[in-house]
Design a protein around this ligand. Sequence first.
Ligand SMILES: [Zn+2]
Length: 371
Amino acid sequence: MRKIEKDLSNAPKSLEDKIKELIRNGDYQKINFKKNIQKSLRRVYKNKCAYCEERISYSQSKNIKEKKGHSIEHYRPKSKYYWLAYSWDNLLWCCEECNQNKDDEFEIENEKVEYSTDFDSKIHCSTEEYNRLERPKMIHPELENVMDKLIFDEKGKIYSSDNRVQYSIDCCKLDRDYLNTKRKKVFDDFIKKIHSAIADRKNKWLQDNIEKIVLDFKNDSENLNNEFIAFRVWVIEMLKNSYSYKIDFPTWEHYQYFITNVSKYSTLQTLLECETKEDVSEELIDEIKTKIISKEYDIMLSITHIWILFKIDIDICELLELIMNIYSCNEVIDELSKYRLNKIFSQELNCLSFKIKIKLISRKLIYHPVI
Ligand SMILES: [Zn+2]
């Protein structure tokens, strides 16, 4: 669901006669929209459903009968608000399924507004005032922007911590399997592109390529002709918050290594969820140590863990010393310097135990001002 811009001052003329008829009869007989209403709504909504944002299949056949009534949704149900059956701001472009799911559902917190001639002059733009009086639970996509209240997950599921938004999701069944699968595909296709770029290790333009893939996806999320804009925007926000993991890596190679390994090792994932050193449990450190000692984690993976711990402000001397006891000092320093980490860790390297320090100094691997 995204905010829709509709010009309420420019309601299609063909609605006027219908409204006069409604008010004269005190009810509607049969809802019958002219073709130009469908056309105008289709244009305003970029032919996507007001609620689920799926593209609405629109047959080019001349059989208008099949199309009539199915895709025009009354925000305020015509059965309860007959006089709004042809009001421009009460008409949304909607897929058949959302339309049927919502049906006559329209809960309000206050008392229902009844027809009054006072509204005749603003019959095409009364929703805002009606909403103020009635306080409906249903979101009106032309009046409200709820994009930041929509929460998705990578499986395409949708929910919200906002009661009104969740009510709208429930009414239209926006969390239905069919839609979740379609949203998930948008995410999967994007991630697949990134993974295949990473897998192509010979490609020296990897960073540029990934940036381009992300930029293309971002552009797609701004192209209102695309389906599921709210979901695409959520993916971009999630990328900003979690794919960079708030950690600036010393080199692109380090980042690349990290990205290919993060999903494989639970300790890396757990570490990334830690914001401060208080969040890092002793059990986690012990688990990392055990894996380093047993060589389950190779030298680079061990260093990656140490790097993240260092960024969370944890004393890494003991761990550095540990891997220097398992591998040779040379090997560790080689690996560290490959990723320019020896300079970053210089202070820590100087704090290592006397035994290790002597080894390092004797091999001129660290500079010691005293000796
Ligand atoms: Zn829909």
